[in-house]
Design a protein around this ligand. Structure first.
Ligand code: GDP
Length: 140
């Protein structure tokens, strides 16, 4: 297994409920290291660009409204097999289907307000990390 980096976003439903620390603890307990972190408020244009792949989906407009409804915490997570491990810690997109102990099972409000984003593959991870961070911002 290789050491990888992946992009995580703690979404507005979670920052609103003051869950940032509890979510970060789940990443760290799983062996993922926070190597960059910033709390920001996404603009409409940034949210549309970040979720561009979903532009044609019926929930796109609602997703952009949700992601711009409050602050988010964007982070780079690093570790062995970090992309898949983060997805495992996050749980299924719909919290109704998420495994016990996962972030989405414990904290998500709905299929949309599901507390966290995580990159789904190596290429998307690299693109998503550079959407928010320069290499100078990342410290292992
Ligand atoms: P993820 O990789 O598990 O985050 O899931 P997707 O890439 O399929 O979807 C991206 C995000 O869009 C999800 O995390 C949700 O916030 C939102 N989303 C996905 N499916 C739905 C849906 O059916 N309805 C709504 N309202 N939002 C959705």
């Amino acid at each position: 297994m290789a050491v990888e980096r992946t992009l995580s976003i703690i979404k507005p439903d979670a920052t609103r409920r003051n869950l940032t620390g509890k979510i970060v603890a789940k990443f760290e307990d799983a062996g993922l290291r926070i190597v960059a972190s910033r709390r920001i408020r996404l603009s409409k244009g940034q949210a549309e660009a970040f979720y561009g792949v979903h532009r044609e989906r019926p929930f796109f407009k609602s997703l952009v409204e949700f992601m711009t409804s409050g602050p988010v915490v964007v982070q780079v997570l690093e570790g062995e097999n970090a992309i898949a491990k983060n997805r495992e810690v996050m749980g299924a997109t719909n919290p109704a289907n998420a495994a016990p102990g996962t972030i989405r099972k414990d904290f998500a409000e709905s299929i949309e307000a599901n507390s966290v984003h995580g990159s789904d593959a190596a290429e998307t991870a690299a693109n998503e990390i550079h959407f928010f961070f320069s290499d100078l911002d990342i410290h292992s």
